[in-house]
Design a binder for this molecule. Structure first.
Ligand SMILES: N[C@@H](CCC(=O)N[C@@H](CS)C(=O)NCC(=O)O)C(=O)O
Length: 204
């Protein structure tokens, strides 16, 4: 199995899950700053030009954070990365979709790449502010979803790996985490799998 990633991108969450599972995998860096995602050979491998992408041993590719995480959790049940009930699964999907489709794609992406949202450079500060508002609302809502629990669904799950990359972007976006999320981030950073992933990406 090979994970295409970029340091401190959303792929960090998938990297953490692979480390939690503990089976051998190869880490292949895509230099997003140099535009490698739009050039060969990556553009042919993954025409979406995004990371993460998981290349399985049969040479088939899985893209999209929630699909990759779900695949890894389902094919490695011994790692206990998903709740066992339908209700738990539904709540996991609900959280994943909100974190990836809203907080990441509509919020952080506006802050990090405002030019992708407007052809007019004068509009970029307003685009960034909209992104900031979406992320701030997202942090608040996720903080409420976490409540007094150690992890989003009680037990550790793939949802915590998604929350982790969002929390880890807080300082990069100059955003303070609500108290509950700050505690969750500390718990995540204390996990050996997270420490190994941060070290491998040069972020430790
Ligand atoms: N919907 C995708 C989004 C992935 C995504 O936006 N990845 C970013 C890094 S965090 C990326 O590869 N950006 C490169 C680009 O857009 O040029 C997913 O859930 O995996």
């Amino acid at each position: 199995m090979k994970l295409y990633y970029a340091p401190n991108a959303c792929s960090l969450g998938i990297h953490v899950l692979l480390e939690e599972i503990g089976k051998p995998f190869e880490l292949l860096k895509v230099d997003l700053a140099a535009g490698a995602q739009y050039k060969e050979p990556y553009a042919s491998l993954n025409p979406k030009s995004k990371v993460p992408a998981l290349l399985r041993d049969d040479n088939s590719l899985v893209t999209e954070w929630p699909a990759i995480a779900w695949y890894l959790a389902k094919t490695n049940p011994e790692a206990r990365l998903l709740p066992e009930t339908i209700e738990g699964e539904v709540r996991t999907l609900e959280l994943l979709d909100y974190m990836v489709a809203t907080v990441h794609m509509r919020g952080f992406t506006r802050m990090f790449r405002p030019a992708a949202f407007t052809p007019t450079s004068a509009d970029e500060p307003a685009v960034k502010q909209t992104g900031r508002d979406i992320v701030t609302a997202g942090y608040k809502l996720l903080n409420q979803a976490l409540g007094a629990k150690a992890y989003l669904l009680g037990d550790y799950s793939i949802a915590d790996a998604a929350l982790f990359f969002l929390e880890n972007w807080g300082p990069r976006a100059n955003l303070e985490l609500p108290e509950g999320l700050a505690g969750h981030l500390e718990r995540m950073r204390a996990r050996p799998a997270v420490q190994r992933a941060l070290k491998a990406e040069g972020l430790a």
